[in-house]
Write a protein that binds this ligand. Sequence first.
Ligand SMILES: NC(=O)c1ccc[n+]([C@@H]2O[C@H](COP(=O)([O-])OP(=O)(O)OC[C@H]3O[C@@H](n4cnc5c(N)ncnc54)[C@H](O)[C@@H]3O)[C@@H](O)[C@H]2O)c1
Length: 318
Amino acid sequence: MTSQTSDQTPDRVLITGATGFLGSWIMSALLDAGIHVMATDINDDYHRLEALRPDLPGGMIDRRILDVTDAAALDALVAEARPTGIIHLAALQIPVCREKPAAGAAVNVGGHINIFEAARAHGIRRIIYTSSIAAKPRGPENAPSNLYGVFKKTDEEIARIYWQDHAMPSLGLRPYIVYGVGRDDGETSAITRAIQAAAMGEAYEIPFATRSCFQYAGDIAKVFVRAAQAEWRGALLSDISDRVNSIDDVLSAIHTVVPGARVTGSQTERLSPDAGFDVAPLRQVIGEWQETPLAEGVRETVELYRAIAARQPSAQRA
Ligand SMILES: NC(=O)c1ccc[n+]([C@@H]2O[C@H](COP(=O)([O-])OP(=O)(O)OC[C@H]3O[C@@H](n4cnc5c(N)ncnc54)[C@H](O)[C@@H]3O)[C@@H](O)[C@H]2O)c1
């Protein structure tokens, strides 16, 4: 399984889950890299991107409504866009998968298959999708600990079989706990909520203690943009970081950036793998990448939340 950077910069990416947290950061970075974006999601609410990038002129993005469970609609959009790559982010998060398992499977597994089928039908040779640390085995049962993780693990296996059966290259990336402006959904959004609370002078308790990789959204976005311009063979699967910190480290970074912040942690343990990370497959695709130090990522997030609040003092937070 070798990789190389493409001679000709691909310039058309179709992205799913575009209005979400990571979608907003990745689109911002794609546009900065001069890559044309067809943005798709089940909704047309781009408030996260607008909060992040108030400088972006309207009309830079081709925005389409797309439900990834609708195979025919997806196929038609891919046929129209003829993208050089697909960044597939659309998913339902841990709480929704727990409460509505059939919907979780339809979106997180069925939607994933629809992406691979549409790519196969239209000769798209570059799929980058988000798996998750939740797919990794953990605890006494050495297995994913929730349905979301089971679905993500299944997605990794589906990608492997598409390489085996159809020589379809893919890169599955496993973000861990990503933080940054716009992270307002999902269990681990608590880290961003804590930083936001500190920025706004509010009290907040992070409801769990854990050791994990806390990743700045800006770093993740750059990784996706570089992968969207690379070529590789195989169904690669990679961690994005092997830098492990504790919630105490996060709290310490917050208190360094915002002295006197009323942000605390809970003793409730949240099981998460804290060793055995493998970033080699991603390095094979894009080479080396930088990780923003925790305190610097917290500082940028505090500054962004304060800038947003200053622009729209009475509006809802991004
Ligand atoms: N943020 C993290 O820390 C993290 C960690 C691990 C993995 N991930 C994965 O990264 C991806 C993006 O995460 P995020 O934090 O941006 O999540 P998010 O919830 O902010 O975004 C997901 C997007 O998917 C869209 N979506 C839901 N159902 C859809 C459907 N049927 N068709 C089309 N779009 C649909 C939602 O509208 C939303 O905009 C997801 O696959 C997630 O599982 C995120």
